[in-house]
Design a protein around this ligand. Structure first.
Ligand code: 4UV
Length: 532
């Protein structure tokens, strides 16, 4: 049985992403749209619109056409949104690459996505160049400049004529982030202009807000949470997005104080720092009205601890709450509203450990995995989601698409949830392979593929094991040594540390005689998890 959102449907304007997201800023061209939290540089809404026009024009002049993929390998700066919307306005597709990736990981995404151009910064150029040796590109643009490369000024050049590209909102892709979904290797998630416009429009009724919002953007724009919720939602409000290139607690706290940040969207590790670290008391964080956590489960006690600590003395009314999403959902399907934006007729407190309500235009089902039928009321089940934010599919992978989005349009999340009588959802488990470390995806299949390339490894399987202290899941490898090999745990971990980004490092190794597999060859991860 489909469970509807308790919010009335919203209209989804038939606009491209830049048209929709930049519309509010047109009304207040002199207001700051983007501030560099470290340097203080400001881009106003008026300048942003002008820069976006230039980037689109210059990408067109460099030969890019509708549908071409442009990879972006950059940390959060105020230029990331300029580049993203410029790419989108040119009708091209932005594929964001994780800043921590190794050359092999970058090359995989460049090849798989068919990217023509890579836009990066000089600090990342070594890795970008090494990746481009394995995945040829037309060009690498280095925003802050490097000899022999075009730079930001070339993308902003005045001479190229403006372009007007016709966008078919429901079909044309705007971004291609990578996600392993419920199983296997990372796949290109095809998100259309409509997906992203819809997801911002769907979230707005849950915010009680105006154009004076100042949002701190420390979670990366290369992840869909950063792209949609921090960047696009922030700009669509006509607010100010203050960027930080990485999480350093002191920079984070100073930026909140200095720019009187009103909203922070974070992941649980940042809340842990806010709850525990002595530095927090040295800063005035009283401007903060809302902290929303997402990307991994939020501990209820931790949410209360942060709320109490930040309220103490400062007299602020900050609320700590939680949202839930998935790259394949653009990403939001559930979130906790501002206290004065509750669904019509609902007056209860939303429990801190929950992920709130299904957002407008979103239907859910909870399916009992053992029967394939709807779970009984109050019982847990796999969460299925249907709505305009559901991806178009995985790039060049109709099988994986069909296994994730069924014929009726339900996306099977691989997460297990319960819903109460008020329509409040709590995520209680994950039945897919995916491991999450600090909110980042770690795909066991990807690590297994790297492990079995080691000459002394005959077979391998990876699972996530809970770390009590940090509350994180840590990747653990079960390794079958090749005949005669004396491979040590350390050498397995060292080998992996060279090949994969730091968040994907193998933290534990156990040697076994054989990886348990089903008759169809599927790794029986449950058996590995159940081992003492
Ligand atoms: O694909 P992905 O890396 O996507 C995300 C998206 C997180 C978002 C998005 C919008 C929000 O408003 C927000 O608060 C958070 O992380 O990983 C998707 C998987 O991450 C787990 C779950 O297993 C998803 O399938 N996950 C995401 N949020 C939560 C979560 C959560 N609140 N509680 C438990 N697991």
């Amino acid at each position: 049985m489909a469970l509807a959102s308790p919010y009335p449907d919203v209209e989804i304007p038939n606009l491209s992403v830049p048209e929709f997201v930049l519309a509010a800023g047109r009304e207040r061209p002199d207001a700051p749209a983007l501030i560099d939290g470290l340097k203080g540089d400001v881009i106003t809404h008026g300048q942003l619109a002008g820069y976006v026009d230039r980037v689109a024009a210059n990408l067109h002049a460099r030969g890019l056409r509708k549908g071409d993929v442009v990879a972006v390998f950059c940390p959060n700066t105020q230029w990331f949104p300029v580049v993203f919307h410029g790419i989108a306005a040119a009708g091209c597709v932005m594929s964001p690459i994780n800043s921590l990736y190794t050359p092999d990981e970058i090359a995989f995404q460049l090849k798989d996505s068919g990217a023509k151009i890579l836009i990066t910064i000089s600090m990342f150029l070594d890795r970008a160049t090494a990746a481009a040796e394995k995945a040829p590109l037309d060009e690498i643009v280095v925003l802050d400049g490097a000899e022999g490369h075009a730079n930001l000024f070339d993308l902003l050049g005045a001479d190229a004529p403006s372009v007007q590209v016709e966008i078919d909102q429901a079909n044309d892709l705007v971004t291609l982030p990578y996600s392993s979904g419920t199983t296997g290797l990372p796949k290109g998630v095809m998100l259309t202009h409509r997906n992203l416009v819809a997801n911002v429009a769907q979230c707005l009724p849950l915010l009680k807000t105006g154009a004076d919002e100042r949002i701190i953007a420390v979670l990366p724009f290369f992840h869909i949470y950063g792209l949609t919720v921090l960047m696009n939602q922030g700009l669509a409000l006509g607010g100010t997005v203050v960027t930080l290139p990485r999480f350093e607690l002191e920079d984070f706290l100073r930026t909140i104080q200095e720019y009187k940040i009103t909203r922070a969207f974070v992941a649980p590790p940042i809340l842990l720092a806010l709850a525990k670290h002595p530095l927090v008391d040295k800063y005035d964080l009283s401007s903060l009205e809302s902290i929303l956590s997402g990307a991994a489960p939020l501990d209820e006690q931790l949410a209360h601890a942060v709320e109490q600590r930040l309220r103490k003395g400062a007299g602020s009314g900050v609320t700590v709450a939680q949202g839930y999403g998935m790259t394949e959902l653009s990403p939001v399907s559930h979130t906790t509203p501002d206290p004065d934006a509750m669904p019509p007729g609902v007056t209860v407190d939303v429990p801190k450990g929950s992920v709130g309500f299904a957002i407008p235009n979103t239907e859910c089902r909870l399916i009992d995995p053992s029967t394939g039928e709807d779970a009984a009321p109050g019982e847990r089940g796999e969460l299925w989601v249907r709505g305009p934010q559901v991806m178009k599919g995985y790039l060049n992978n109709p099988e994986a698409t069909a296994a994730t989005v069924d014929a009726e349009g339900w996306l099977h999340t691989g997460d297990v949830a319960v819903v109460d009588d008020n329509g409040i959802y709590t995520v209680v488990d994950r039945v897919k392979e995916l491991i999450k470390y600090k909110g980042y995806q770690v795909a066991p299949a990807e690590l297994e593929a790297v492990l079995i390339n080691h000459p002394e490894i005959a077979d391998a399987a990876v699972i996530g094991v809970p770390d009590k202290e940090s509350g994180e899941e840590l990747p653990k490898a079960f390794v079958v040594r090749a005949m005669g090999s004396e491979l040590s745990e350390e050498s397995v971990m060292d080998f992996m540390a060279e090949k994969v980004a730091p968040h994907k490092k193998i933290r534990f190794v156990e040697f076994i005689d054989e990886v348990p597999k089903s008759s169809a060859g599927k790794i029986l991860r449950k058996e590995l998890k159940a081992r003492p």
